[in-house]
Design a protein around this ligand. Structure first.
Ligand code: 13P
Length: 249
């Protein structure tokens, strides 16, 4: 069975006290324990949140990491630093990083390598902008993003990765991919995994959906055979919404 995952990407939101309040709300809630919950706060809070959640089943991730190992890279966080505070997951190639910080597939492949060297789990994000979908180029684009950023890994390494499909036109817009659009792309991605790594491995890799996922649509999205959970933005900033999504399988 694949892991069911609901990860909350807080992006650049919450002051320290607000962040702690949000974590407390989540920790105090009851949720389906077969679902892996991952909190992905701004990195400045990650160590403290890791401590708060350390005796439970909630994992902590960060939103970005450096492609370099260590040294004179002001403002960057290395994979070994992230590992040393107990975080387990790292987002790689979120569309906002690709768009506003010019992250290329080549850089992302280096980030993935650094994470795996440090026993961290990359959540590799892929997704197309609306223009690409309208040109019916979305499948090609996702294939390129995966081929160039992730599929250099061998079979053992890919098993330590999670993939997140986030159509850019659905992020923060209130427009969700329809359940069938999500399934269609997730099935396509799993098909790429089958071709590259074989069926047995492809069946083990969780593929998350992201983009305006909320309590009202999570159940329908998660009911698809190839949708193994969600990468949640806006709705992860409210504990009751985040938990409601986690309870939507
Ligand atoms: P929204 O849920 O706010 O659309 O954001 C999705 C996302 O980008 C998660 O990484």
């Amino acid at each position: 069975m694949r892991k069911k995952i609901v990860a909350g990407n807080w992006k650049m939101n919450k002051t320290h006290s607000e962040a702690i309040e949000l974590v407390s709300g989540i920790v105090d809630s009851s949720y389906d324990k077969s679902v892996q919950l991952i909190l992905v706060p701004p990195s400045i809070y990650a160590a403290e949140i890791e401590e708060i959640t350390s005796d439970g089943d909630i994992s902590v991730g960060v939103q970005n990491s450096s492609q370099f190992e260590s040294g004179a890279y002001t403002g960057e966080l290395s994979a070994s630093m992230i590992k040393s505070i107990g975080a387990q997951y790292v987002l790689v190639g979120h569309s906002e990083r690709r768009e506003y910080f010019n992250e290329t597939n080549e850089m992302l492949s280096k980030k993935v390598n650094q994470l795996l060297l440090n026993d961290l789990i990359p959540i590799f994000c892929c997704g197309e902008v609306l223009e690409e979908r309208e040109k019916e180029n979305h499948f090609n684009l996702i294939k390129d993003q995966l081929n160039e950023g992730l599929f250099h890994l061998d079979s053992t390494q890919i098993l330590n990765c999670v993939i997140a499909y986030e159509p850019v036109w659905a992020i923060g817009t209130g427009v969700t991919a329809s359940s069938s659009q999500a399934q269609e792309m997730h099935q396509f991605i799993r098909g790429l995994l089958v071709v590259k790594y074989g069926n047995e491995i492809a069946e083990k890799i969780s593929i998350l959906y992201g983009g305006s996922c909320k309590p009202s649509n999570a159940k329908e999205l998660f009911s698809n055979p190839d949708v193994d959970g969600g990468l949640i933005g806006g709705a992860s900033l409210v504990s009751t919404d985040f938990i409601a999504i986690a309870n939507s399988f």
